[in-house]
Ligand binder design. Structure first.
Ligand code: MG
Ligand code: ZN
Length: 353
């Protein structure tokens, strides 16, 4: 290949060597290394994490605090800029920073976000919104409609309801399904498609959410891969974090198992496709979670029994895992700051269009 050669527009989905056509970023909100260990003890098959060959750790501090919030962490991943804790898509100066969805869209990529929280919650919002505070959810909802996002799935319908009777989805040309997740039929002409399946957050696994996250990921990859260009998709397991805040081990384990299941579904897609990079990481750790041996070290340890234990109801400053699979995965080995995840992804975003 000639140095500097770039494929012409419309040559289809052939990637340059070592470069993916599609990038799927999977974020376990609050998922530290102990959380990642959960399927190794609470799942009756080999965890899909074993199929990743490129492993790293990322630092998560924000511009202002050693312990980040999800908003600043999402902004670091999506824009490469560390910011103050409650910022979404804006820098320390409160000015908007370009995010990966905007950059990829401008280069012809299809884009999507999926979450088990409200789709306007801090993590997904970091990939399309620019607001000075994560709790400006109405503004975040409007930013989603105005963004380049082609596909979204999650909760949060209430933030899109207009009291003056305007149908915002119609105004912005977004087809939204409020009833149930289903395959988007190939003949459906919708350019932008969303599923909003709860007024606020999605139910917890313990409340019967079922296979939503994995199924939505399947619907998304099917929909986003229809165009000639590549796609960028962010998939969030949101409630791992909430279970950590609540120090609720059963809740956390069920959310972790659901996230692992979703990673498995996405990895199977990537293995079939051959041109998709999958990155699994977290925005920060929540709960100071450990899989501790039972008993007491002074009076007698029971090494045969695991007691899930939390040390805080807050986030922690621990490094978080990074797993990568597919073309470009080698870049993600090592120990680095969360902002480098952005620059590593950007170096793989096709600039040939
Ligand atoms: Mg989140
Ligand atoms: Zn949290």
């Amino acid at each position: 290949m000639v140095a500097g050669w770039m494929p012409a527009t419309g040559t289809g989905k052939d990637s340059l060597p070592g470069r993916p056509v599609n990038i799927i970023l999977m974020i376990g909100d609050g998922m530290g290394v102990s959380h990642l260990s959960v399927p190794y003890y609470y799942l009756d098959r080999e965890p899909v994490f074993n199929r990743f060959r490129s492993i790293g750790l990322a630092g998560t501090s924000s511009a202002t605090h050693p312990v980040t919030q999800s908003s600043a962490a999402a902004t670091a991943l999506s824009t490469g800029v560390k910011t103050y804790n409650t910022a979404v898509g804006v820098g320390p100066d409160s000015l908007a920073r370009k995010n990966i969805v905007e950059i990829a869209s401008a280069r012809g990529y299809q884009t999507g976000v999926i979450s088990t929280s409200s789709i306007t919650d801090a993590t997904p919002a970091g990939f399309y919104a620019h607001v000075t505070d994560r709790y400006m959810q109405r503004e975040i909802a409007l930013d989603l409609l105005e963004s380049e996002i082609d596909f979204f799935a999650g909760g949060g319908l209430k933030y899109f309801i207009d009291t003056t009777g305007r149908d915002l989805f119609r105004e912005y040309g977004v087809t939204v399904n409020f009833a149930k997740l289903q395959k988007i039929e190939p003949q459906d002409p919708a350019r932008r498609y969303g599923f909003l399946l709860a007024m606020d957050r999605m139910p917890a696994m313990l409340e019967g959410r079922g296979g939503f996250l994995a199924d939505a990921s399947g619907v998304a990859t099917d929909f986003l891969s229809r165009s000639d260009s590549g796609f960028f998709l962010m998939v969030e397991g949101s409630q791992i974090d909430w279970a950590g805040h609540g120090n609720n081990a059963d809740y956390m384990i069920s959310e972790m198992i659901d996230f692992e299941n979703t990673v498995k579904r996405v990895l199977e897609y990537a293995e079939r496709d051959g041109n998709t990079l999958v990155i699994v990481t977290a925005d920060h750790e929540t709960g100071g979670f450990t899989l501790a041996a039972a008993g007491d070290y002074q009076t007698g340890t029971d090494y045969g029994t695991i007691v899930p234990a939390f040390s805080t109801t807050n986030h922690s400053a621990s490094l978080v895992p990074v797993l990568a699979f597919g073309p470009g995965a080698d870049l993600f080995a090592g120990i680095y700051e969360n902002t480098e995840l952005f620059s590593k992804m950007m170096s793989l975003i096709d600039s040939g269009f």
